[in-house]
Ligand binder design. Structure first.
Ligand SMILES: Cc1cc2nc3c(=O)[nH]c(=O)nc-3n(C[C@H](O)[C@H](O)[C@H](O)COP(=O)(O)OP(=O)(O)OC[C@H]3O[C@@H](n4cnc5c(N)ncnc54)[C@H](O)[C@@H]3O)c2cc1C
Length: 420
């Protein structure tokens, strides 16, 4: 099985071909490294169905993936550099030019506008399945890459010179570097003994797509409530439906989440219309709702011997800021750059210097984003009147301070993760 003259079958094996693992593989495709990409799911070839009727609805309306990401301009540049952005836009992506953040029953609000910083958009809302399918399509034409899919990694063992993986078929393969991009629950992370720190948010997120009476006007909206946070992210829908669909992320206490999940669609739409203070008029239709507990998790180290963590395997973060995918893309941009530099210098891909540099560049940034999310949660948890007053006053002050606001917009747009 081993390639002639080498101790391992591959230089780099990536486990997980989701949004982050697929991007990692494409970033390394011209590196000269022998690559394999493994996922327990089959390759998602071709354009995903984007016009399925929502189950149970009478009319044919678009069906959206419940997982969407607010792709920043920095992440878009990464997708452009690996040649998949045009496909994503052609299939379905929704630019947003405005952001409105406000507090329920308070007077504080902040507005961000792309024109203020002379940009055409603040970012794009893209469904995960669109991103993944566009990348899988590209992956199939890469000669230096073996796509081993579907195949589940069941065991991992290490020695000084290689990592050995055992697949569910019984096949074994070896690699000099193992990159775990296998998601928040990361079986590879567990099998290789990494430790993590976890914060339970004591919240659950309800995610679905909804049809709104009024058009979203390419604006991403977020409302902070005493018992949670509600986000409306504008989606691109075809023809008559254009402008009328949003993806929502509604994060609330578990008991409230259970109650909301148990409501019939019509009652859920009414409750959501009320909670959103009829921002976009009545909520007229909802897709199937899914809910999941919100846990923030961060690996204590991203590197252990010949194994390295990226994306949700290294850090999973509150969807409040829509940053999960962007942080993971920044991880793979930095790791790819370091591996390519290392290869040019003739280093082992698992050289501790190469991997330590990746960890040093990414961990503080990811940690600060997680701390910020925790701070938001605490700031907006039910608070005494004086704290609410301060919050509202602070929001208004930021809104009236253009320089600070522009700096915040640039940060949110992900400046500084370019790979070249
Ligand atoms: C419901 C939901 C809504 C979200 N909304 C947002 C949002 O609005 N904005 C945002 O930025 N982020 C959001 N996120 C987070 C975002 O989706 C993730 O940050 C991002 O997709 C992480 O991608 P990943 O590739 O690291 O992991 P994943 O997408 O989880 O991919 C992991 C891959 O590993 C494979 N795998 C797992 N175990 C094995 C194994 N043993 N062997 C082989 N393969 C394996 C899986 O099949 C999968 O394909 C949301 C997440 C969820 C769950």
């Amino acid at each position: 099985m081993s390639a002639a003259g080498t101790a391992a079958d591959y230089d780099v094996v990536i486990v997980g071909a989701g949004l982050i693992g697929a991007a990692m593989a494409l970033l390394l495709r011209d590196s000269g490294l022998r690559l394999a990409l493994i996922d327990s799911q089959p390759v998602q070839a071709g354009q995903p169905l984007v016009n399925d009727p929502i189950s149970g609805s009478a009319s044919a309306t678009p069906e959206f993936d419940a997982r969407v990401s607010a792709i920043t301009p920095a992440s878009r540049e990464l997708f452009e550099s690996i040649g998949v952005w045009q496909t994503m836009v052609q299939w379905r992506a929704s630019p947003y030019t405005h952001m409105h953040v406000r507090e329920t029953d308070g007077t504080g609000s902040i507005d961000f506008c792309a024109a203020d910083i002379h940009a055409s958009a603040l970012g794009h809302i893209v469904e995960n399945r669109i991103c993944v399918a566009a990348m899988h399509q590209k992956l199939q034409t890469q000669p230096m890459l073996d796509c081993v899919m579907p195949a589940r990694v069941d065991a991992v063992s290490n020695d000084q010179s290689v990592v050995q993986l055992t697949l569910d078929s019984g096949r074994q393969l070896t690699t000099r570097l193992l990159i775990a991009a296998d998601g928040a629950q990361s079986p590879v992370r567990a099998m290789t003994g990494f430790t993590t720190r976890e914060w339970d948010y004591e919240h659950e997120a309800i995610v679905c797509s909804v049809r709104t009476e009024q058009k979203h006007g390419q604006c991403a909206r977020q409302i902070f409530m005493d018992d949670g946070v509600l986000a409306f992210l504008p989606l691109a829908a075809p023809d008559d439906e254009a402008g009328h669909w949003c993806s929502i992320v509604w994060s609330v206490l578990p008991l409230r989440a259970q109650a909301l999940m148990g409501l019939p669609d019509e009652a859920f739409c009414q409750t959501l219309s009320y909670a959103s203070e009829h921002w976009l008029g009545q909520i007229q239709q909802t897709s199937t709702r899914i809910s999941f507990p919100l846990t923030q998790r961060h690996a204590v180290d991203y590197v252990q011997g010949r194994t390295v963590l990226v994306g949700d395997a290294a850090h999973s973060i509150h969807p409040l800021a829509g940053q999960g995918a962007n942080l993971g893309l920044a991880d793979v941009a930095v790791l790819a750059r370091e591996l390519i530099k290392g290869k040019a210098a003739g280093r082992d891909p698992a050289d501790p210097l190469v991997l330590a540099r990746y960890q040093r560049l990414r961990k503080p940034h990811n940690l600060s984003m997680m701390l910020m999310m925790e701070g938001f949660k605490r700031l907006y948890a039910d608070q005494p009147l004086a704290v609410r007053w301060l919050r509202n006053t602070g929001m208004k002050a930021v809104n009236q301070w253009p320089m600070l606001k522009h700096q915040l917009i640039r940060e949110a747009m992900g400046s500084g993760i370019k790979i070249s």
